[in-house]
Design a protein around this ligand. Structure first.
Ligand code: SF4
Length: 432
């Protein structure tokens, strides 16, 4: 039994699992190429004591562990990388050498948890998944519900004792409800995404209408049963006010389109360790690319090898309605993030629930835009499931994890698009 388990003074809180989701690792090695893995002091000592110096498969000149962050006096450490950005322990078959030699528990905790994420939710812990993993996006593998025992073991390692004291996220700036009421709002949003006529875009538009109405309320006296009544009224209003047909929704405006392109550029960037360390030349290239995204004319700069240069104008043409498979994937994505509280509060830059939902909603048109870019790069004017799947892997790699997404520039862009009422318009525009 790992020592960490002994720190629990009581039974861990019950787990709330996204039972609509399946996942098993298919050893693509993607996560070991995309992420910089920060490790604890204990993990660092353990790895350095594993005698890798005699392992002929680890290149001699590569450090196993390096300082994390930009300062040479940093006390944080991360796993070393190979020149192409892959983890130093990733072998040529896409497998982890630590796992192969010492077993799964010997790996750093961050590697053991991925693609799961655990978030405190009052008396329980919600579980979400990262769709940067292709197997998660494709819903491949065992049902998450069948993995409860393994997840309970991981929960004991990652959730701190006393997590029930962690406060719920704000609903909007300065307004906070208790956990039960906060989860009631999340449940209403999940219900709107899960049910009702139309595909993901129409359901999202109804949910956006609901958060708009909730955002206008003051909650001093609306709590408990009164909140339930209030939610019933605004949910009915949202269903009545939201358009019933995507064709009834106007095009996004000029300012909104420009802000959206810049948002897409942030999602499309590749920021593996190798890219981050490419220095000023890389930053100059990104600056010039940002100018082209601002103008939105000519060709879209290929920000990473997955993309090729195609005219911006090509991505604004209709690509046909979304297929049922793409619809299902995006609905599942939104629901897993909602149920797992993976869109606001501690899981998302401490952003209030309403802003976090608007940010999450924007992932849908971003994915459709990136998917069009991938399809257009292959000369196609129609999407296939694989376009949307790869686009979702790329977008979710950053969402909630790229430090830039928590900064004022990114958050201001989301708030501006919400104020212009362009999030719904973008979702409709890129679903046609
Ligand atoms: S990205 Fe997903 S499928 Fe690929 S190695 Fe990582 S966990 Fe496994």
């Amino acid at each position: 039994m790992p020592n960490d388990l002994l720190s629990y003074s009581q039974m861990p809180p019950p787990l709330e699992l996204p039972t609509i989701q399946n996942w098993s690792c298919h050893n693509c090695g993607g996560c070991c190429r995309q992420h910089a893995i920060e490790i604890t002091a204990e993990e660092r000592s353990r790895i350095l004591s594993q005698d890798w110096g005699t392992d002929a498969n680890i290149p001699r000149d590569l450090p196993l562990v390096v300082r994390a962050g930009v300062f040479p006096w940093s006390k944080r450490y991360r796993l070393g990388h190979q020149p192409d950005g892959a983890c130093v322990f990733l072998d040529e078959r896409g497998l982890c050498r630590i796992h192969a030699k010492f077993g799964e528990p010997a790996k750093p905790l961050a590697c053991r948890i991925y693609p799961y994420a655990f978030h405190p939710a009052g008396k329980k812990i919600t579980v979400s998944l990262r769709f940067s993993c292709p197997s998660v996006a494709a819903n491949r593998g065992r049902s998450v519900a069948q993995q409860r025992d393994e997840l309970k073991l991981l929960e004991r390692l990652v959730v701190p004792d006393g997590a029930e004291k962690i406060p719920p996220p704000e609903i909007s700036a300065g307004q906070r409800l208790d956990w039960n009421d906060t989860l009631s709002i999340v449940g209403r949003l999940d219900n709107l995404i899960a049910t009702g006529a139309g595909g993901v875009a129409l359901r999202l538009i109804r949910a956006l209408k609901l958060v708009e109405l909730i955002g206008q309320a003051r909650f001093e006296k609306i709590r408990g049963p009164r909140l339930d009544e209030f939610l019933e009224i605004v949910s009915t209003a949202a269903l009545g006010e939201a358009p019933a047909d995507l064709a009834d929704i106007p095009e996004p405006g000029r300012v909104g389109r420009m802000q959206f392109r810049l948002l897409c550029a942030q999602y499309a960037r590749r920021d593996t360790f190798a890219e981050q360390n490419a220095g000023w030349r890389n930053r100059w290239t990104l600056f010039r690319a940002a100018l082209r995204f601002t103008r939105g004319t000519g060709n879209v700069p290929a920000l990473q090898p997955a993309f090729t240069e195609v005219p911006f104008a090509d991505l604004e043409q209709p690509f046909g309605p979304l297929t049922p498979e793409i619809d299902e994937m995006l609905i599942r994505y939104l629901r897993v993030k909602l149920q797992g509280l993976h869109f606001c509060g501690r899981a998302y830059y401490n952003v209030p629930l309403i802003e976090g939902f608007q940010s999450l909603a924007l992932v849908v048109p971003v994915v459709m835009w990136l998917a069009r870019w991938l399809a257009a790069g292959q000369g196609r004017k129609q999407l296939v499931v694989d376009d949307a799947l790869r686009a979702l892997n790329i977008a979710d790699h950053h969402h909630g994890y790229s430090p830039a997404f928590g900064h004022g520039g990114f958050r201001g862009r989301v708030r501006l698009l919400a104020r212009l009422d362009d999030i719904s318009k973008l979702a409709a525009w890129y679903s046609r």
